[in-house]
Design a protein around this ligand. Structure first.
Ligand SMILES: *Cc1c(COP(=O)(O)O)cnc(C)c1O
Length: 377
């Protein structure tokens, strides 16, 4: 067993397979600019998800930015404060006002909170499927139709998750996925947009390549685009990783169930109540620490585990609206539940190369800490 158990590890394909996959780049000399490997990976992802369109980008954040730009969103956007800061930054960078709505026990937006925050300025709902756990899609979509709002899911953490047998990328107007190193499926860095509306295709290819439109005898710049192109080395990594993703999720699921079994007897630790009808991707293993019954709070458990060589993460200890960059802006907020969850949530290590014995060890240590505390009182 390793001395230190890391909170996460990237999933890597076989080294020799990667060398074989990139070999022809030296023949074609095509390193980037919508090369054959990017197109191949887009095709494979469409097949894997059963979605109509899939476009690749250099990273998830740029992909989300471009999704917002291509939909010409304006005014206010309903969003969640319990997410990685990328979601909020993308909204604000594009001149939109984030309206932070509270979350529920699924760590995701509480649909009941959406409707009361809608104003005549609201143009969209941009919410994450946090920890790969899907939002309440049916209710979000009902509200979007009723008020004619666009829906962009930040599915950065949700690659491989399915709802009612359908890949999560097939819901909403657009879903963004991050293919960053530590996501369930990676292309080192990478981003992906999946969507149904074919007319967005052209906009996406323009926005990711400076807005340059090519024609027979020259070119023109028809919108102020950025550079967000995925390169061929990234795509090669993705092509190999995609073949491994189902196995990665299977392994994570097995490990998650060891956690669930072993922690079910430990007072004061709530594991996530996984629901039927959803195929989770087990991107993270969030638990909630109830200080009253566990004996110590989340922060103290985090430190105790660290001393034992077990590194966990406090995602998301700080709500997006509470970072100094956003705190002073005077957004109207009632995020009481999110604040509570942000202080109770702890992500235990979970990744394909984590050993079942390591998971058992983590559970034993947690249980030992709990017993110690309760007896010591
Ligand atoms: C990882 C992540 C992003 C950003 O993706 P990058 O590929 O790192 O740019 C955005 N939103 C959420 C919720 C994420 O977890």
């Amino acid at each position: 067993m390793a001395d230190i158990i890391k909170p996460t590890q990237p999933s890597l394909p076989d080294y020799d397979a990667y060398i074989r996959e990139i070999k022809d780049i030296w023949d074609t000399k095509l390193l980037t600019n919508n090369g054959p490997k990017v197109r191949k990976l887009q095709h494979r992802i469409r097949e894997y998800m059963g979605c109509r369109n899939a476009d690749l980008f250099v990273n998830g954040h740029s992909a989300l930015t471009i999704a917002i730009q291509a939909l010409h969103l304006q005014g206010e956007v309903l969003t969640s404060p319990f997410t990685f800061i990328s979601t909020t930054n993308a909204i604000v960078q594009n001149g939109l006002t984030p309206v932070f709505c509270d979350i529920d026990d699924s760590y995701n937006i509480d649909p009941k909170m959406l409707e009361e925050h809608i104003s005549e300025k609201t143009s969209a709902i941009i919410v994450p499927h946090i920890f790969g756990i899907p939002c309440k899609i049916d209710e979000i979509e009902r509200i979007a139709i009723k008020y004619q709002l666009k829906v962009v899911y930040d599915g950065a953490q949700a690659f491989g998750t399915k709802v009612s047998g359908k890949h999560i990328g097939r819901y909403g107007d657009i879903t963004m996925f991050s293919l960053h190193a530590i996501k369930v499926f990676n292309s080192i860095e990478g981003g992906l947009l999946t969507y149904g509306d074919d007319t967005l295709q052209e906009a996406f290819s323009l926005y990711k390549n400076f807005g340059i439109s090519y024609y027979e005898t020259g070119s023109d710049v028809i919108l102020p685009g950025i550079n967000a192109k995925m390169n061929e080395f990234q795509a090669a990594m993705g092509i190999l990783g995609l073949d491994l993703v189902e196995k990665e999720i299977e392994t994570r699921k097995t490990l998650a169930h060891i956690y669930i079994d072993r922690l079910s007897g430990v007072e004061g630790i709530d594991t996530y109540p996984y629901e039927k009808g959803i195929d989770y991707n087990y991107a993270y293993f969030p638990v909630r620490i109830k200080e009253e019954s566990f004996g110590i709070g989340r922060d103290e458990l985090f430190s105790r585990l660290k001393k034992e060589g077990i590194i966990t993460r406090k995602l998301y200890d700080t709500l997006c609206c509470d970072y100094s960059c956003y705190k002073e802006r005077g957004y109207l907020l009632d995020v009481t539940h999110a604040r509570k969850i942000a202080k109770e949530a702890l992500d235990l290590p979970l990744y394909g190369t984590l050993q079942p014995g390591e998971v058992e060890h983590i559970c034993d240590v947690i249980s030992m800490i709990q017993k110690e505390r309760i007896n010591g009182r």
